[in-house]
Design a protein around this ligand. Structure first.
Ligand code: V47
Ligand code: SF4
Length: 369
């Protein structure tokens, strides 16, 4: 193994990885600081291969952002608008349901719905949204509402997290997406999203969801004002909750896109390919209790997402169809990839594509070449 890891400082980590032992905080920092991207990637790939062999998952899904009006005004967000500001929108439920239904007819397995914290949309809007989606697109898994939205609506209606999640589940919610986690460190939150719920509260929402049997994802927004130590701290807090609940499916690092955001002049520019691959590989190594590490090609481009399949990644998300958050901040990727394109990228990397649903049930894997 040592022949593949050029950085001598990674020797102890390489031994731990070979033995399947858990990495600690210092290991995480060392991995981020190491200039040996190929060595770190090689170690991450060992772990990926051990867990998944040559299988790479993908989902045929559709994202919908029902409103961009938001009271939080996070400094990294170019998507949100204040109420009354030009460009603000709220989708009618008829419009939202029609979009989901059209995609259902085309065979999606998942609809992914997140939006801003609207000052007047209340619980009834969300419960009706879920009920109508369930009716209009039966069998499609509804992954909706970030922890930030769940907390906001709970506060608005004086409900506990458990109470509101039970209502959402009864109306049709199947799983929570991973958004809103950003970076848990209070120092960073104060700088980039001072009005957003704390990291502890984000973890409490996911913990409550897991206890009720809802599964969820986790994210981290990287490439802005966070330090390497704060990245590792974030990963370890996720690992700790996962040890307790086992409710996370997937970790998705989100590459910060600075254009049109309040942080544009405070960062050097968008993340680089080196940083994106390093982030994915270190996540694979530190999150030993997460089954899946997902590359969101919308943010890093399909070509780099394909390369990341050799750096610890085993999930290539998704067909997407419509994406507003990253595109408002200057993303130059397309908004959709067809199933055939996803298959082509995965196969060309020498991997075996597996079409899944949100809960990682296999939908299909006998694709003909
Ligand atoms: O919470 C906001 C991020 C998230 C920017 O769970 C930005 O499967 C980059 O969470 N540049 C929403 N990112 C998206 C999200 C997600 C995406 C794909 C899959 C899953 C999943 C979840 O987008 C927000 C925030 O962290 N974000 N602004 C920006 N300028
Ligand atoms: Fe609102 Fe979410 Fe944008 Fe923050 S990231 S301003 S909470 S829409």
């Amino acid at each position: 193994m040592d022949g593949f890891v050029a950085d001598g400082d990674l020797g102890e980590i390489a031994r731990k990885v070979a033995a399947g032992s858990r990495l600690d905080f210092e290991d995480g920092v060392r991995l981020f600081r190491s200039p040996d991207l190929l060595g770190v990637g090689y170690l991450a790939d060992l772990v990926r291969r051990r867990k998944h062999g040559d299988r790479v998952y993908f989902v045929v899904n559709r994202h919908i952002n029902h409103t961009n009006i938001c009271v939080n005004g996070c400094r990294f967000c170019a998507f949100s608008k204040e109420e009354g500001e030009p460009g603000g929108y709220v989708m009618s439920l008829d419009d939202l349901v029609a979009r989901a239904r059209a995609s259902w007819k085309l065979g999606i397995a998942e609809v992914h719905i997140v939006g801003g914290l609207h000052p007047t949309l209340d619980l009834d809007y969300y419960l009706e949204m879920l009920r109508r989606l369930r009716e209009a697109a039966p069998g499609v898994i509804i992954q909706a509402l970030t922890a930030v939205e769940v907390d906001y609506l709970a506060q608005l209606h004086g409900l506990t997290l458990e109470e509101i999640l039970v209502e959402f589940r009864a109306a049709g919610l199947d799983a929570l997406p991973g958004g809103g986690a950003e970076v848990f460190a209070p120092r960073v939150r104060e700088l980039v999203c001072p009005k957003k719920i704390s990291g502890a509260r984000w973890l409490a929402v996911h913990g409550a969801a897991h206890r009720l049997g809802l599964r969820s994802n986790a994210t981290m927004l990287y490439g802005h004002l966070e330090t390497v130590e704060e990245r590792v701290d974030h990963l370890l807090q996720l690992r700790e909750l996962q040890d307790r609940t086992g409710g996370f499916h997937t970790f998705i690092p989100l590459a910060f896109h600075p254009r049109h955001t309040d942080l544009e002049s405070e960062v050097r520019g968008p993340t680089t390919g080196y940083d994106d691959l390093k982030m994915l590989a270190v996540a694979r190594l530190m999150l030993d209790n997460f089954d899946h590490i997902k590359a969101f090609w919308i943010m890093i481009g399909p070509k780099l997402a394909q390369i990341s399949l050799s750096f610890g990644v085993n999930d290539f998300d998704g067909t997407v169809v419509e994406e507003r958050i990253t595109h408002a901040a200057g993303a130059e990727t397309a908004q959709a990839l067809g199933r055939d394109e996803l298959l082509r990228f995965i196969r060309a990397a020498g991997r075996h594509p597996v079409e899944r649903d949100t809960l990682y049930n296999v939908i299909r894997e006998d694709f003909r070449h």
